[in-house]
Ligand binder design. Structure first.
Ligand SMILES: Cc1cc2nc3c(=O)[nH]c(=O)nc-3n(C[C@H](O)[C@H](O)[C@H](O)COP(=O)(O)OP(=O)(O)OC[C@H]3O[C@@H](n4cnc5c(N)ncnc54)[C@H](O)[C@@H]3O)c2cc1C
Length: 274
């Protein structure tokens, strides 16, 4: 399958990339190409211009910035899998296959906002902040405000995601449980957990799901039940999510609810058990 014809530009820096986006409303950014190129081949996306940001040094790498890690938008899944970031390596390791992990980027994945993508659950559980730059300058977007629906984010059409700030969360333990689609490997349902214990006391618990609905969400009902002293089994077995669950030819909403409860329990047990 061939995409529709398009023009191609490779800006030398971020300012040039931003200018190209402003001057060309039909343009799309190209990072690792592992979501955009398949969509173009299926003619689900027909951008007139591809702005290839793949070599912009400003968007690469992971660095420590005070209380947080900054993860550049162009950091690949493979780099994240090898890193010592909280939670994200557990997620990156189960994305796609080695080729996808070596070329796909966290910024591309978050900006694409596929409802079955893996990172969104972790980004919510980490309470990360995303950093974007547009014509009006730079702004921060808390993870809870970033995902706005299926393939929809808070990013404007002329904004570039610079990366995300991930809190260090010392002492926390993490888990990511995923039921992968057997063909694509995407998450039919995935649940990320972050827990902080002091002795036997549970100090903090965060649980978030991807794949289950049309956008990722926190399992606040389960978190509250755990804070009241319930164990993972009781807290998850009758759980009702706050949003309608997704239904498609792969899985009914009922099946997704079952997976959600089981994976939430497993993620909690794994994180609580260390
Ligand atoms: C066979 C296969 C299996 C896969 N399996 C999984 C899986 O199991 N789990 C999973 O989560 N994902 C999976 N993916 C998707 C993969 O993770 C992609 O790498 C990712 O979704 C997109 O990242 P990219 O860098 O390739 O972005 P691209 O495809 O280049 O871009 C995707 C979208 O994001 C926009 N964009 C890119 N960078 C930026 C930026 N910095 N600022 C603003 N907008 C930007 C682009 O304009 C485009 O609209 C799979 C993909 C394939 C092909």
């Amino acid at each position: 399958m061939y995409p529709a014809s398009f023009r191609y530009a490779r800006p030398r820096n971020l300012d040039e990339a931003l200018r190209l986006l402003e001057e060309n409303p039909e343009a799309k950014l190209l990072a690792g190409g592992h979501s955009l190129i398949p969509a173009m081949k299926l003619r689900l996306a027909t951008p007139a211009l591809l702005v290839d940001i793949g070599r912009l040094a400003e968007l690469k790498g992971i660095r420590e910035e005070g209380e947080v890690y900054f993860v550049g938008a162009l950091t690949t899944h493979a780099e994240i899998a090898r890193s010592s970031l909280p939670l994200l390596p557990l997620v990156a390791r189960v994305i796609g296959d080695p080729m996808v992990r070596n070329l796909g980027t966290i910024g591309g994945s978050l900006a694409h906002a596929d409802p079955a993508a893996d990172y969104p659950a972790a980004i919510l559980a980490l309470e990360a902040e995303l950093r974007a730059r547009g014509p009006q300058g730079e702004r921060r977007i808390p993870a809870r405000d970033f995902f706005q629906g299926m393939f929809q984010t808070a990013l404007g059409p002329t904004e570039i995601l610079l990366g995300l700030e991930v809190p260090r969360l010392p002492g926390y333990r993490f888990a990511y449980e995923k039921f992968p689609h057997p063909a694509s490997g995407y998450a039919v349902v995935g649940v990320a957990a972050a827990v902080l214990k002091e002795g036997e006391a549970l100090k903090d618990v965060r649980l978030a799901a991807t794949g289950a609905a049309y956008a990722p969400f926190r399992l606040e009902g389960v978190e509250a039940a755990l804070r009241q002293g319930m164990g993972p089994k009781e807290a998850t077995q009758g759980y009702t999510p706050p949003v309608p669950l997704a239904e498609d030819r792969f899985a009914s909403a009922e099946y997704r609810l079952h997976l959600l409860r089981v994976l939430a329990r497993r993620a909690l047990e794994r994180a609580l058990g260390g």
